[in-house]
Design a protein around this ligand. Structure first.
Ligand code: PLP
Length: 396
């Protein structure tokens, strides 16, 4: 069959995006109720949302933020990252996983990935640890849990703090326990493409009370009224103090209401994501020319992304042409991610291409396949048929 970009008929008429939020009438009603209430920003819904997330991941505390990036900034602040400190992360992630170290004056250090799971390789982390290492930001890429026990073993007896970037992994279980209580701090994002949404939004979960207090203060200007934290304890009721530099990183109450309403649907979202992933695995396993991401035994994964590697030696063209051909079929593929240190800003900071060869090799072959709970069975089959058509056409 002739690809649509060469004049053939596309597999479908309308572009299927790679991700899309699911918002229903119940969500709209929940948001509307708050809009008509007394609290628009931090109010009862924020508290309720934090409690439900903490409870869901079995963490003692959860602190919501205006977005996941702000939450990571807060976590790096709570971890005490400062100038000269090194923070190890993966290059195959969204820039925010590394930027959070830079916000605090720290230095991101990139550790290469495992070629099969595409997650950060614990052995590579071990090689990058120095006496300046202050934190590790492992990312549960696509939703697959990193080997957190192995990472914790690595930092045992040191003061290195583990901040897990769980932007993709709400609902994922590591050795039977949900991601969110396993690291010193874990971040979840509620951007519309993520597993649940609050529009913009993020959260840090932790079992550590000291981090909790720092996170609460940091997201609201580092201003406190807590008598235990005040220097001047003999003032009036109006009195507050700014303890350190802080930001306005608060989530609004109507966003929290959306989050609460979305949480009611989380089990359904997870079930549908798993159903689609199973169908993809079954179909793409048979397709000569693509390579599946390996899922490690310890991760019961809720995929946020579904990615494939192109088996380029078997194909006549490179990733760009396969990408264009699939878009031509109206299959909204994407690429996650460009190695972070390839960005011009990081290049100007002095990071050199070639730093993490496995990540760079992966990047050249990667494609993200559409995955979101509102996809119909027909959409799923369109994606599979589209890949079959294009890969078969361009196979050597
Ligand atoms: C989405 C995402 C973030 C940032 O979250 P925002 O809520 O968009 O700020 C951080 N890390 C990863 C891996 C992400 O996918």
């Amino acid at each position: 069959m002739k690809p649509a970009i060469l004049g053939g008929t596309p597999i479908r008429n309308k572009l299927l995006p790679y991700a899309k939020q699911y918002v229903d009438d119940e969500d709209c009603f929940a948001v509307n109720e708050v809009l008509k209430s007394n609290f628009l920003t931090t109010g009862p819904k924020v508290k309720e949302f934090e409690e439900i997330i903490a409870n869901y991941v079995s963490a003692k505390y959860a602190v919501s933020f205006s977005n996941g990036t702000a939450a990571l900034h807060g976590a790096c602040y709570a971890a005490g990252i400062k100038s000269g400190d090194e923070v190890i992360t993966t290059p195959i992630t969204f820039a925010a996983s590394a930027n959070c170290a830079l916000y605090m004056g720290g230095t991101p250090v990139f550790a290469d990935i495992d070629e099969e799971t595409f997650n950060i390789d614990v052995n590579e982390i071990a090689m990058k640890i120095t006496d300046k290492t202050k934190a590790i930001v492992p990312v549960d890429y696509t939703g697959q849990a990193v080997d957190i026990d192995a990472i914790k073993d690595l930092v045992k007896g040191t003061d290195i703090i583990v901040i897990e970037d769980g932007a993709h992994s709400l609902g994922t279980k590591y050795k039977g326990t949900r991601v969110g209580s396993l690291s010193d701090m874990t971040m979840f994002s509620f951007h519309p493409v993520k597993t649940i949404t609050t529009g913009e939004g993020g959260i840090i979960t932790t079992n550590n009370e000291e981090y909790y207090t720092k996170l609460i203060n940091f997201r609201s200007h580092n201003i406190t009224r807590d008598i235990n934290q005040l220097e001047n304890k003999n003032s009036g009721e109006w009195y507050y103090e700014q303890l350190d530099i802080g930001f306005n990183y608060r989530m609004t109450d109507f966003q929290a209401a959306l989050g609460l309403s979305q949480m009611k649907k989380l089990n359904k979202f997870i079930a549908r994501r798993k159903e689609i992933v199973n169908r993809y695995n079954e179909a793409f396993k048979e397709l000569d020319g693509v390579i599946l991401q390996k899922n490690a035994y310890f991760s019961d994964t809720v995929n946020h992304l579904y990615v494939l590697k192109l088996d380029l030696p078997k194909l006549k063209v490179d990733r760009k042409e396969i990408y264009n051909a699939l878009i031509g079929e109206n299959i909204g593929v994407h690429v996650h991610y460009i190695p972070v240190y390839w960005h011009p800003y990081y290049q100007r900071l002095g990071y050199k291409k070639g730093l993490c060869p496995k990540a760079e090799e992966l990047y050249n072959t990667l494609l993200t396949v559409p995955l979101f709970p509102a996809m119909s069975d027909e959409d799923v089959e369109d994606v599979i048929n589209g890949f079959n058509k294009i890969i078969n056409y361009y196979r050597r």
